[in-house]
Design a binder for this molecule. Structure first.
Ligand SMILES: C[S@@+](CC[C@H](N)C(=O)[O-])C[C@H]1O[C@@H](n2cnc3c(N)ncnc32)[C@H](O)[C@@H]1O
Length: 428
């Protein structure tokens, strides 16, 4: 690929073009560069390439004739068909923002012309009648187009086959893959008191791949949630993201739980629904303390009773074939023990309904001890995914369930079940 760079300051390119990956690629004939000093096409002996603005205004404007003629000279050696395939890029803060897709598309062209503006900018006729593309490298204004031209060349060059060692590297890069890249580690495995995550040393490639994927999703959710909205993600990723759903994207990492999950800090007033359950003998150890596993049962009770409160039985719904879900992730934080015969208060809310999964949040309170009136025993979050038991594949959450839950969470009112005939089949 050949880059034709048109600039008033050709020396500015010396360092970047003579070093780095671009120079290596040039030595291997993968890239070539032609620098043109726009002043060489000035029409006077002084090499004047800029002039005052018509209509008045601060700053000089780059004249059209030298720019047009410099571009025409650069393209003179190409056939008309070749010329038609060569983008003429005007660097400008008013242009389309440079992104990986644009760079990838430009890399497929045989050559690229880059016009570096300066001063107050370039005569509008260059923009309208010469440039085929106007590209900005970001929402800020630089003094000239030289740095933008270097940025464009560098990012385009990465997509030219052979320039970067392995094509896989480029595809795994942040943004190119649609997500931010997972964390990278190299030797030593232990640096000061900072160790590389064990999983990366495990040799279990499938688990490493999943860990990387989840780190990548978590990082993207935290730093660039806008990218997630555009990414076409498989179900497994959506379920994982759903499990992170309530994590504030802006919270510092140190405030988050391990693996991005932290139990929600909720109080009773955050919930519109609660029910009760008494701790039974078969749920306790010999000291009369409820096993941790019993809390999974309390979660299930709260889950079933929540929807019963909305008018239907989740078990009858599964039997009817309309919708069945399975718990795919749970995160419970245990704060204090529950004891035999305690009357527990189970607070539950639907925190999020995704396409094929939903997230429940739970807080379990025990009876007051002494002066304490508010004894939180456990709090956490669980993700349930809709699935089809026959094919064991994911299944969307019915719109009726979404509507009922969202309306209840917003208003505290249960919508009439008659509006949802398939749910009404599982009415109580
Ligand atoms: C000071 S700027 C001119 C800005 C111009 N007055 C405007 O408001 O659009 C001079 C030159 O720097 C380059 N430039 C500045 N910021 C840029 C950016 N964010 N992306 C690409 N080129 C930029 C362009 O070539 C531009 O012609």
């Amino acid at each position: 690929m050949r880059f034709h760079i048109l600039t008033l300051f050709p020396e500015a390119f010396k360092g970047p073009l003579e070093h780095s990956m671009l120079e290596r690629a040039r030595q291997h004939d993968l890239l070539s560069f032609q620098l043109t000093d726009i002043r060489d096409y000035a029409h006077d002996v002084h090499g004047t390439a800029d002039d005052y603005q018509f209509g008045g205004g601060a700053g000089m404007v780059m004249k059209p004739e030298p720019v047009f003629e410099a571009v025409e000279a650069a393209l003179a050696g190409y056939s008309p068909q070749e010329r038609a395939a060569i983008p003429i890029v005007l660097t400008s803060p008013q242009g389309k923002l440079l992104d990986q897709q644009t760079a990838q598309a430009l890399a497929r062209c045989p050559a690229l012309v880059l016009i570096c503006g300066h001063y107050a900018g370039v005569d509008e006729r260059v923009r309208q009648h010469l440039a085929t593309h106007e590209i900005s490298i970001g929402d800020y204004v630089l003094t000239g187009g030289e740095l933008p031209a270097m940025v464009i060349m560098d990012t385009v060059a990465r997509f030219v086959p052979g320039v970067v060692g392995s094509a896989e590297n480029v595809l795994e890069d942040s943004i190119t893959s649609g997500l931010l890249q997972h964390p990278l580690y190299t030797r030593p495995a232990q640096f000061r008191d900072l160790a590389v995550p064990d999983i990366l040393l495990s040799g279990n490639h499938a688990r490493i791949a999943r860990w990387r994927r989840e780190e990548s999703l978590r990082r993207t959710l935290s730093q660039r949630p806008d990218l997630l909205a555009k990414a076409a993600l498989p179900e497994e990723d959506l379920v994982y993201l759903n499990s992170l759903g309530q994590e504030s994207p802006s919270a510092p990492l140190s405030q988050r739980g391990v693996g991005g999950i932290s139990a929600p800090r909720l109080s009773r007033t955050d919930f519109r629904f609660h029910t009760q359950v008494r701790v039974r003998w078969n749920e306790c150890d010999p000291q009369g303390i409820a096993f941790n596993g019993a809390f999974m049962n309390y979660l299930e009770v709260a889950h079933a009773e929540y929807f019963r409160n909305l008018g239907f039985s989740i078990y009858a719904l599964a039997r009817s074939g309309h919708f069945e879900s399975a718990m795919v992730k749970v995160d419970l934080e245990f704060k204090a023990p529950a004891r035999l015969d305690d009357l527990l208060e189970l607070y539950l809310r639907v925190a999020r309904v995704g396409r094929s999964s939903f997230t429940l949040e739970l807080a379990i309170y025990g009876p007051p001890l002494g002066q304490s009136g508010d004894r939180l025993l456990a709090a956490g979050r669980a993700v349930y995914a809709g699935f089809d038991p026959a094919s064991a594949t994911a299944r969307p959450v019915p719109d009726g369930i979404r509507e009922l839950a969202e309306h209840f969470e917003a208003t505290g009112e249960a919508l009439p079940l008659a509006r949802f005939p398939r749910l009404a089949e599982a009415a109580l």
